[in-house]
Design a protein around this ligand. Structure first.
Ligand code: HEC
Ligand code: CU
Length: 342
């Protein structure tokens, strides 16, 4: 008996450990919402968890009581009374679950319809078009004619209408602390309106298995005060800063030779705006490279050398054949690409 108890305790501890290890990133948590949608969804999570806990506790209590109370005792030869069917019980355990499901269904359905509603024109929503690619995110601001990748900037307090689709397979957009999720599907446009209460950086993830690097398809939502946001938009529209060193100029030339067919750098004098890779305008302001590595020169070298080492299946070819000097030049130029301050 003692050994059994010990084993059970170890099991419970292990499961607890597994469960809690999934919650190590606080900004990927749904229980600390920073927006209206996230809060509404958290209410639903609490309601359904509450109902489930209630059912589990009641059923377990009855079960334990019955097992103990009616167990076979030594020397017990008496056969209990044989019963077949009980209309009262049948009705009871049909009606109670129906009631519980109604309690769960009403707020779930009303919330679902509420979340479908598009913002009214008077709310002056910011529209951001998202395209999902294996394994990165393209964000286009049609009202401002600017674009970013993997990191999307938004103003606080305004509805943001995300209009999404996919370039290849199905992806799903989820920012746990703001709300979600919504699928990005090829050939179909889906919408989701979110609002952030306070400035901050909110992590997001793809939540539809989309290939080898699905788990690395990360993005960030960066929420600013409206004035700060306007400043960011204006800086993104300014011409890119000119290279200030020979090395950076060489980097700029190499980008034109090797990269611009896939990557766009706006306002930098290139004649092509590549669209099959992430936009690199103001690249040095991103906090991460490809959503997974901290953005610094050393990691940029790692990325250029072999993107598939970082993100298996990535559609970016490797540039391991470039000379060290050439990589230095590319890194120097890319790390100089900033949005212009006012
Ligand atoms: C064939 C198209 C293609 C070419 C050519 C290409 N890339 Fe890429 N690049 C991509 C794709 C696709 C991604 C996104 C990869 C991912 O995240 O899965 C990417 C990602 C990147 C990123 C990370 C961007 C971000 O948002 O964090 C950088 C930096 C980058 N490429 C630099 C370069 C440089 C420098 C060159 C030229 C030496 C180059 N790329 C050439 C397709 C290309
Ligand atoms: Cu995906």
């Amino acid at each position: 008996m003692k050994r059994l108890m010990l084993r059970m305790l170890i099991c419970v501890g292990f499961v607890g450990l597994l469960l809690s290890s999934g919650c190590s990133n606080p900004s990927l948590s749904v229980v600390d919402p920073s927006g209206e949608v996230g809060r509404t969804q958290l209410g639903l999570i609490y309601l359904s968890t509450g109902i489930m806990t209630f059912v589990t506790v009641v059923v377990a209590a009855i079960y334990i009581y019955v097992v103990i109370r009616f167990r076979e005792r030594p020397g017990d030869t008496h056969i209990p009374k044989q019963v077949e069917g009980s209309t009262t019980l049948e009705i009871l355990w049909t009606v109670i679950p129906i009631l519980l499901l109604i309690i769960l269904a009403i707020p779930t359905v009303t919330t679902t319809f509420k979340l479908e509603k598009r913002p009214a024109p008077s709310e002056k929503a910011v529209q951001i078009n998202i395209t999902g690619y294996q394994y990165w995110w393209k964000f286009i601001y049609p009202q401002d004619g600017i674009s970013t990748a993997n990191e999307v900037h938004i103003p606080v307090g305004k509805p943001i209408e995300f209009v999404m689709q996919s370039h290849d397979v199905i992806h799903a957009f989820w920012v746990p602390s703001l709300g979600g999720k919504r699928d990005l599907e090829p050939g179909r446009v889906n919408r989701l309106t979110l609002k952030a209460d306070k400035p901050g950086t909110y992590d997001g993830k793809c939540t539809e298995l989309c290939g080898a690097s699905h788990a690395l398809m990360n993005f960030r939502v960066i929420a600013h005060q409206p004035a700060e946001y306007e400043k960011w938009v204006r800086s993104m529209k300014k011409p890119a800063s000119k290279p200030t060193s020979v090395l950076a100029s060489e980097g700029k030339r190499l980008v034109g030779q090797n990269c611009i067919g896939c990557h766009a750098i706006r306002n930098a004098g290139y004649k092509i705006l590549g669209a099959t890779g992430p936009e690199l305008t103001a690249f040095s302001e991103r906090t991460r490279i490809a959503g997974v590595l901290d953005n610094n020169p050393q990691n940029l070298r790692v990325w250029l050398k072999n993107p598939q080492n970082v993100k298996p299946g990535s559609r970016m070819p490797s540039f391991g054949h470039l000379k060290k000097k050439q990589v230095d030049a590319l890194v120097k130029y890319l790390e100089s690409l900033k949005g212009r301050p006012q």
